[in-house]
Every structure is written in structure tokens, then in C-alpha cells.
Design a protein around this ligand. Structure first.
Ligand code: COA
Length: 134
């Protein structure tokens, strides 16, 4: 996976705030919390694409590039990298607007994580189902 330090790849799927309760023992934001935000963000998009319920089946190439601090604005971007018969894979990136920065959309930002999340469309019994074609 290539690393683009200048500009997020894909559409904005989720924006939230890193809170004191999300820290690890070093005082940085816990990586598991960041992964969970990515899973939620990708799940929203996958559900739209699959036009119904989905489950996460795999997380690949997870990279933690820089730490996240309390008060940082956490922005998750995503784009489809593979649309299969029953699954869809999204490349997800988390970019940060640092807490000290009050310049809104024009302020500095940087990428802190990236990964590929794969989701499978499921039916009412939890079995895989075909994803409707566009
Ligand atoms: C997801 C699930 C329904 C798949 O059931 P299955 O009948 O065994 O499905 P298959 O192995 O045939 O895989 C289904 C699709 O997922 C893809 N897939 C499966 N494992 C994968 C992996 N490790 N990485 C990438 N894709 C994977 C397959 O390629 C296939 O895609 P395609 O139809 O687009 O070609 C089942 O494994 C499951 O319920 N897993 C638990 C999900 C879960 O609880 N997630 C956490 C909470 S959301």
C-alpha cells in the first residue's frame, strides 16, 4: 500500500474526537479504539454498497504511522479497492487535525493509520449473500 502524506484518499466517512477515556497507558490514543472507528466508518460505506447488513471478515495491512493525542479530530476516509461477489474491500485511512489547530478545513492534517477492511454482505440468517451490482 502506498503512503500519501499530502492528501486523504477516498471520501470522508466519519469524523470524531479523541477523548481522554480512549487513551492507552502511555497517554496516547489506544490503537484498538482507532481500529474500531475505522471499522465503523468502513461498515457504514460497505452497508450502503451492499444495500443491507454486512459483517467484517478481514483486516489487512494495518499500519500505525503516528500516534494520536487527546483532543485531535479524527477523520476516516475510504475508497473501494475490490468489489467481489459477496464481499467488498475498502482502503481506509485516518487523518488527524491536531487539537492545537483551530483553522478548520484549511489547517494542517496528517495521516496516522491505514488498512484494508473487507466486509461480507449477509442475509437474515447471517449467511453470505450476493452484493447487488450497480
Ligand atoms: C463472513 C462470513 C459470513 C463468511 O462466510 P463463508 O460462507 O465462510 O464465506 P466465504 O469464505 O465463502 O467468503 C465470503 C467472501 O468473503 C471473502 N473473504 C473470506 N475471508 C476473507 C479474508 N480473510 N480476506 C478477504 N476476503 C475474505 C471471500 O473471498 C468471499 O468474497 P467474494 O464472494 O466476494 O469472492 C462468516 O465467515 C462469518 O460470519 N464470519 C464472522 C463475521 C464476524 O462476526 N465479524 C465480526 C463482527 S462484524
Amino acid at each position: 500500500m502506498t503512503q500519501n502524506l499530502d492528501k486523504p484518499c477516498g471520501q470522508l466517512l466519519l469524523r470524531t474526537l479523541a477523548m481522554p477515556g480512549d487513551t492507552n497507558t502511555n497517554g496516547d490514543i489506544f490503537g484498538g479504539w482507532i481500529m474500531s472507528q475505522m471499522d465503523i466508518a468502513g461498515g457504514i460505506r460497505a452497508q450502503e454498497i451492499a444495500q443491507g447488513p454486512i459483517v467484517t471478515v478481514a483486516v489487512d495491512s494495518m499500519k500505525f504511522i503516528k500516534p494520536v493525542q487527546v483532543g485531535d479530530v479524527v477523520c476516516c476516509y475510504g475508497s473501494v479497492i475490490r468489489l467481489g461477489t459477496t464481499s467488498v474491500a475498502l482502503k481506509l485511512e485516518v487523518w488527524i487535525r491536531p487539537r492545537q489547530c483551530h483553522d478548520g478545513d484549511s489547517g494542517p492534517r496528517y495521516k496516522v493509520t491505514e488498512a484494508a477492511f473487507t466486509y461480507v454482505a449477509i442475509d437474515e440468517n447471517g449467511a453470505k449473500r450476493m452484493i447487488p451490482r450497480p
